[in-house]
Write a protein that binds this ligand. Structure first.
Ligand code: GLN
Length: 304
């Protein structure tokens, strides 16, 4: 199959979808992104790449970074993490506070904001320079030393991050944040602000399609079991309270972010990253979801 042609076919639908969602505005630095952007990239585990549209333009990866934080924590914190964060879909908005109270400060999963804050606290507990270690890890995954934080975005989120501040304080009250609140928030806002393009993201997710092994270095980033576990968590928790609908339409493990990116994994074969800034009411990219639905239908790729 010619994946280049598949991408062209998908991209042809992008202009029709513009106007069906809204670019995230609760982080003011994201509000100015053009709603017409569309990029998509495929990276196979054999090292072949395909791309279309704005696949080379960096955007704010936002919650997609929660996959990198989790991978790093699985490497260096290990199973202790799972006494502090669950592995169930939340059925709530990604930044919801309500569930935390009746579940006594144990976030449902590592891909909602509360869960990622706990994961980052666990990293900050054991790493001296957690932000730098995270950045180096992301650069290594993307095989690109040019990947960087966007200080304007992280500052903007810090200034307007009242809900995340509430979440971390609430977690602290339940004893599930062990380090300093401001350090955790600063690391969290920086993780979310990472600027990457579709091609870099597709590369960075490759170990999840390749039994945990990097195709650039041939090192094990995760064990094969851990890679399967991360994929399972993405399938059940990667798109917040739209995860059932996404599994129905696409059938692949994936992670979204409010910058409009979604990265999906076809285990054993390839990764696909897509970027289209307009979001639906659950905070997931409208055209990103549609693009992956078209991809799975045209190529018959689904884990089911
Ligand atoms: N930085 C965003 C936040 O904390 C990430 C949310 C997202 O991408 N879903 O609200």
């Amino acid at each position: 199959m010619d994946f280049g042609e598949v991408l062209e076919e998908i991209a042809a639908e992008a202009p029709q979808q513009v106007g069906r969602g809204k670019v995230a505005s609760y982080i003011p630095a994201l509000a100015g992104v053009s709603p017409e952007k569309f990029g998509m990239a495929i990276h196979t585990v054999d090292g072949v790449t395909f791309s279309v549209g704005d696949a080379g333009e960096p955007f704010s990866i936002q919650s997609i970074s929660k996959v990198f934080s989790l991978m790093l924590a699985m490497r260096i914190v290990g199973d202790d993490l799972w006494s502090r964060v669950g592995r169930e879909p939340s059925g709530n908005a990604f930044n919801s506070l309500v569930q935390l109270e009746y579940e006594q400060g144990i976030p449902r999963n590592p891909f909602i904001n509360a869960g990622a804050l706990v994961v980052i606290d666990a990293l900050v507990s054991v790493l001296q320079e957690a932000k730098i270690c995270f950045l180096e890890f992301a650069r290594g995954l993307a095989d690109d030393p040019g990947v960087n934080f966007d200080e304007v975005v992280s500052q903007s989120e810090d200034t307007h991050g009242h809900v995340n501040r509430a979440l971390v304080n609430f977690l602290k009250a339940y004893g599930n944040i062990r380090t300093d609140i401001d350090t955790v928030l600063d690391a969290y806002f920086h993780h979310c602000s990472l600027a990457m393009n579709c091609a870099q993201l597709a590369h960075a997710f490759l170990p999840l399609a390749n039994n945990g092994v990097s195709i650039s270095t041939e090192d094990s980033v995760l064990t094969a079991l851990q890679a399967r576990q991360v994929n399972s968590l993405m399938l059940t928790c990667g798109l917040y309270d739209a995860v059932g609908e996404f599994a129905y339409r696409v059938g692949l493990p994936a992670k979204s972010g409010v910058g409009g990116g979604i990265v999906a994994v076809v285990p054993g074969e390839m990764t696909i990253a897509v970027w289209a800034p307009e979001l639906d009411e659950t905070g997931n990219s409208v055209m990103g979801t549609r693009a992956l639905e078209l991809f799975s239908q045209i190529t018959q790729r689904s884990i089911f």
